[in-house]
Design a protein around this ligand. Structure first.
Ligand SMILES: O=P(O)(O)OC[C@H]1O[C@H](O[C@H]2O[C@H](CO)[C@@H](O)[C@H](O)[C@H]2O)[C@H](O)[C@@H](O)[C@@H]1O
Length: 485
């Protein structure tokens, strides 16, 4: 699905249409959004999922969750608010993660290799006639059921808006799988120009930070926006704003530095003492995997990634063994699993959740009731950030996933391209930008009540011509609103 809206191109929204109750709803929405169908990907299934079946959390195929196991059609199920438990009839056996095991537990148990294997379920089916990806009915039902617990951030526009009202949003974004789609070659995971422009626009209104597993320099190279804050190495390398009230006692390892533009910044590297060890292990991993076709070792400064996405599955055990043989002597390092990647990192109490807290503090936004942090991410390391926001009841996470996954996020997006819609959602925290609010409300089909409230605010702010335009658009959409005015 591909549609244009103002200056934005928007893809992957077919599910919005799927949620429409009847064909006239669909037609209306289609007209409204000026849709031009070029792809009928309904579920756009990504093969990655979380599962913790043994000692270590592992990645697994969503396939075991079937419609027959649900025993009920999603359209018959009641609405469940975000964060509430699945209705019991719907419990999909998506186990919660167990605590991170020690490096050796992880490696020695068979789950280590299982994790690698189960992260590679069958490829998506391609309908050759139309060259589109298709999902099975079961997957669609499962995904819709899952969305009862993690509603789309796009269709929850009205709810998010109400929650964001009068608050200052702080936006945190993961990079791979969130701002850029997952691709085979990590060096080619570039961000689209549209996405860059959406992020640039959001950053005009709200403090925005990227928190990535990549090295900070690499992610900056991909994103290229000077107006953002960057945290690399899963939050172990943060370049943030200078906050004079933050003392070195609060955060040893935090030093004053300058960024590429010469601006004064705070540089926080809680794992700096690990640098020589990481460099050593990097060299060893490169050397020991160089004969494995498709294996790739990536230097993420305070972490090292060993990619096996392009390795023949029959050689995954070799990758696992080689990595194990090297890290077994490093008790201060641990190994985690990502999306077809093994990540070696320092064993310190620091993660993306802590990075969010650190950045909020640097921005002077922690402990403020009028701040709404939003974190968008797709992978296991992002769960630490979702958890911090959920547990502190501070804000919410948005999980980018095209398959059902257990998560501490509140909302979901099906794929990175849907994130561009969040720009509109976020603009709702910008009270004077009524035009944007109306755009969002039209686009996400908000209730007549919501429009009435918006109209009242616009009248209060004397923006008469905006009102006429909105009323014109409402009339065209014919949501029965006019008769209420
Ligand atoms: O925290 P993130 O920004 O999401 O980084 C996590 C890892 O992302 C990258 O790997 C993943 O994306 C690659 C490009 O699409 C893909 O080829 C790979 O299979 C994925 O695992 C990055 O290359 C890793 O170093 C990051 O740790």
């Amino acid at each position: 699905m591909h549609c244009s809206f103002g200056d934005e191109k928007f893809s992957g929204s077919l599910h919005l249409m799927d949620c429409m109750h009847n064909s006239s709803d669909k037609k209306t929405l289609k007209r409204l959004l000026n849709l031009s169908v070029f792809n009928s990907s309904k579920a756009n299934l990504d093969p990655m999922d979380l599962k913790s079946n043994h000692a270590a959390p592992v990645l697994t195929d969503p396939a075991p969750i079937s419609k027959s196991r649900l025993g009920i059609h999603s359209s018959l199920l009641p609405y469940t608010p975000p964060g509430a438990a699945f209705p019991s009839a719907l419990y999909l056996t998506i186990p919660r993660k167990k605590p991170t095991p020690s490096i050796l537990d992880d490696v020695r148990s068979s789950s280590w290799l299982d994790a690698m294997k189960s992260s590679s379920p069958p490829r998506k089916k391609i309908n050759k006639e139309f060259n589109v990806e298709v999902a099975s009915d079961d997957s669609i039902v499962l995904y819709r059921s899952w969305m009862l617990k993690y509603p789309s951030a796009l269709t929850s526009f009205e709810q998010i808006t109400k929650y964001a009202k009068g608050k200052r949003i702080a936006l945190f974004l993961d990079y791979d799988g969130t701002l850029s789609p997952i691709v085979d070659d990590p060096d080619r995971a570039v961000m689209s120009a549209n996405m860059r422009s959406a992020v640039r626009n959001v950053a005009k209104y709200f403090p925005t930070a990227i928190i990535s597993g990549r090295s900070r320099d690499k992610v900056y190279e991909f994103v290229g926006l000077t107006e953002l804050y960057y945290a690399g190495s899963h939050g172990m390398d943060i370049m943030g704003p200078v906050r004079h009230s933050m003392t070195n006692d609060d955060h040893p390892n935090c030093i004053r530095s300058t960024d590429k533009q010469g601006k004064e910044v705070n540089l926080f590297q809680p794992a700096s003492e690990f640098l020589p060890m990481i460099e050593e292990i990097l060299r060893s991993l490169v050397e020991s995997t160089k004969d494995i076709e498709g294996a790739k070792v990536e230097n993420n400064k305070f972490c090292v990634s060993v990619h096996y996405r392009n390795v023949d599955e029959k050689n995954w055990a070799t990758v696992a063994q080689r990595v194990h043989d090297i890290i077994k002597d490093y008790s201060r390092l641990r190994l985690t699993h990502g999306r077809k990647v093994l990540e070696v990192r320092p064993k310190i109490d620091w993660n993306k959740g802590k990075a969010v807290e650190f950045l909020l503090e640097s921005l002077g936004l922690n402990d403020c009731d009028d701040v709404l942090p939003i974190y968008v991410g797709d992978d296991r390391t992002d769960e630490d950030a979702f958890k911090v926001l959920r547990e502190g009841n501070r804000g919410y996470g948005i999980l980018v996933s095209s398959i059902p996954k257990e998560s501490d996020a509140f909302y979901s997006l099906r794929n990175p391209s849907e994130l561009r819609g969040v720009k509109i959602v976020c603009s709702l925290g910008q009270p004077h930008d009524k035009r944007r609010q109306v755009e969002g409300a039209l686009r996400f089909r908000c209730s007549p009540g919501f429009f009435l409230e918006l109209r009242k605010e616009m009248v209060d702010e004397f923006v008469g011509d905006e009102i006429s335009q909105v009323l014109g658009e409402m009339e065209e959409v014919d949501w029965g609103l006019k008769k209420n005015l």
